[in-house]
Design a protein around this ligand. Structure first.
Ligand SMILES: Cc1cc2nc3c(=O)[nH]c(=O)nc-3n(C[C@H](O)[C@H](O)[C@H](O)COP(=O)(O)OP(=O)(O)OC[C@H]3O[C@@H](n4cnc5c(N)ncnc54)[C@H](O)[C@@H]3O)c2cc1C
Length: 511
């Protein structure tokens, strides 16, 4: 199979790129691959919204830049922050043009939400279903182009490379087709990785099942530069349900709406850590909750919404109210149990301002990419924006370069696999559980070099087990995902050790 431009992923990064490319070049062929149904993605789960400065009286680009830098502990690349934030209004208009609707009052002014770390109301949203609204409308728009082909249930296993001198060039991908018994090569002039995050690696997560870090892992195997994987953001308010993986997210906007975070005695405790209390950034709130839980021995903290106007709350957060109700939590009388959960991968495949990776003809955007926007901790609602901006930047570059790229030739077709997807699924499940047990909040954010090195040894044992699984198991999607997740876990810990070793106070024990 061959295509001019190959897109891996049908979330906001992949679809916005595909739409713009298809519009600009109706004569080229585009192929979008996605590993489950096209509408299953982190994008579809987004609740809060997109941060965009629209009110130029109270708010300004400068304030959004300052909030982003502060949340990121000033490890962000300021030029990137300025570029992304200043493009936001234009990218928002495109989304609206493509059919996405956002909440507005009778006069047509957007209703702007407030989230942790933002000094102003600037979150444009569609109730608490912003991501689903975008996912649906972008898919509909993309499907209207005759030069985009969609292949869902196609699982990309690796990038195909050739060498030009010292430089590696991406010439397509290897993928398991729908029947999952055949690996095929798909050649492309340009490959665009928009494969999302890696929350599934961790014990608690808000990410859906597709988030197994495949794109970062395969880019790493291809020799691309991977940066800042140590900065895994934990969201403080995932709804705690024992043995559930992933956990349902209670949006940051709920705290922006006025909900309190309380302990098992009903007392608010966040002000001990930060004067902003509930409106402090995610890293601060998560750390405060974990400390409180360690001190009390309780399993969860709580969100208290009982003092809020229930009608207004339900109008703003219908999905959250309905989900809570479905598991027996009535927000008028009950508290919502919450724990921090892995939510966002701030690092990823290093890209320049046009989303180019260090491998030729390979671009990356969205959660799989490291752009420099987020620093050590992403500001709420900046990631959908980042994906839109970097996919746009990539289009600008690809349009300039596509015509001079030679069509790859000579790719060998792969042999059909001798595999049974059901075989030994239990082994993969138990190894996945073991990985999740290792990759906890404490390991990532509250342990020192010694603990991280010990965890790396456990991961090496896991890898050893994976390397010796029977062949019927090793050509399955479950195996490929687990191999990628173990690779992500190793990257996170190795990059953490390297990063924190340079910092004072990173001891052999807990720092
Ligand atoms: C619960 C939740 C709430 C969030 N709320 C917000 C919010 O309010 N505001 C905000 O800015 N951000 C939010 N985020 C973060 C944001 O949603 C994501 O960072 C963003 O949607 C990532 O988009 P993406 O296009 O990079 O990846 P995704 O939307 O995750 O799409 C990844 C795509 O890649 C495909 N894929 C992956 N691996 C393979 C493979 N091996 N082969 C083929 N296809 C593959 C998947 O099938 C999928 O189509 C939230 C995230 C979660 C989980």
């Amino acid at each position: 199979m061959k295509t001019d431009v190959l897109v891996i992923g049908s979330g906001i990064a992949g679809l916005s790129f595909a739409i713009k490319m298809a519009e600009a070049r109706p004569e080229i062929s585009l192929t979008v691959l996605t590993k489950l149904d096209s509408n299953i993605s982190n994008t579809a789960q987004a609740q809060g919204g997109i941060a965009v400065v629209l009110d130029k009286v109270l708010d300004s680009f400068e304030q959004h830049v300052a909030d982003t830098m502060k949340a990121g502990k000033f490890l962000n690349d300021k030029k990137v922050v300025e570029m992304v934030i200043s493009q936001a209004p234009e990218r928002l208009l495109e989304l609206i043009d493509w059919g996405t609707s956002f909440d507005a009052n009778e006069k047509g002014d957007f209703e702007l939400g407030l989230e942790g770390g933002h000094s102003q109301r600037r979150i444009v949203h569609h109730r608490d279903l912003t991501g689903l609204e975008m996912q649906r409308k972008l898919l509909k728009k993309a499907e209207s182009y005759s030069n985009i082909r969609f292949f869902d249930h196609f699982f990309v296993t690796d990038l195909l490379l050739k060498k030009e001198g010292e430089k590696k060039i991406c010439v397509g991908v290897q993928a398991l087709d729908r029947s999952q018994t055949q690996q095929i090569n798909i050649s492309s002039k340009v490959t665009f990785l928009a494969s999302g995050g890696s929350g599934m690696v961790f014990q608690n997560t808000t990410n859906p099942s597709v988030a197994t870090g495949d794109g970062v892992a395969m880019a790493c195997r291809a020799g691309a530069k991977i940066k800042d994987m140590q900065f895994i953001q934990f969201h403080p308010t995932a709804l705690y349900e024992e043995e559930k993986h992933p956990l349902f997210l209670i949006s940051e906007a709920v705290r922006g709406f006025g909900a309190y975070v309380v302990n098992h005695n009903g007392n608010r405790f966040l002000f001990k850590s930060d004067l902003r209390g509930e409106l402090a950034t995610r890293d601060i709130v998560s750390e405060a909750i974990v400390k409180e839980l360690k001190a009390s021995g309780e399993k969860s903290a709580f969100l208290d919404c009982r003092h809020l106007n229930f009608e207004d709350f339900q109008n703003e957060f219908p999905t959250i109210v309905a989900y809570c109700y479905s598991i027996g939590i009535d927000l008028k009388t009950d508290l919502i149990p919450i724990v921090p959960a892995a939510h966002y991968q701030c690092g990823g495949i290093e890209v320049d301002e046009h989303a180019k990776t260090s491998v030729g003809n390979l671009y990356a955007s969205g959660e799989c990419a490291f752009t420099g926007l987020h620093g050590a901790n992403r500001l709420a609602s900046n990631s959908l924006l980042e994906a839109l901006v970097y996919s746009h930047q990539a289009v600008v570059a690809v349009l300039k370069e596509l015509d001079v790229i030679q069509e790859p030739t000579g790719l060998q077709q792969k042999e059909p696999l001798q595999t049974d997807q059901e075989t030994d699924a239990d082994i993969i499940t138990s190894l996945r559980l073991r990985l999740n047990e290792i990759m906890t909040y404490d390991l990532i954010h509250a342990s020192g070099k010694r603990e991280k090195k010990e965890a790396l040894e456990h991961l090496a044992e896991l890898k050893e087990l994976l390397d010796h699984l029977p062949p019927s198991t090793t050509d399955t999607i479950g195996f490929f995902e687990l191999r990628n997740m173990v690779q992500i876990a190793v990257l996170v810990l190795e990059q953490a050790i390297n990063y924190y070793s340079l910092k004072k106070g990173f001891s052999e024990g807990i720092f």
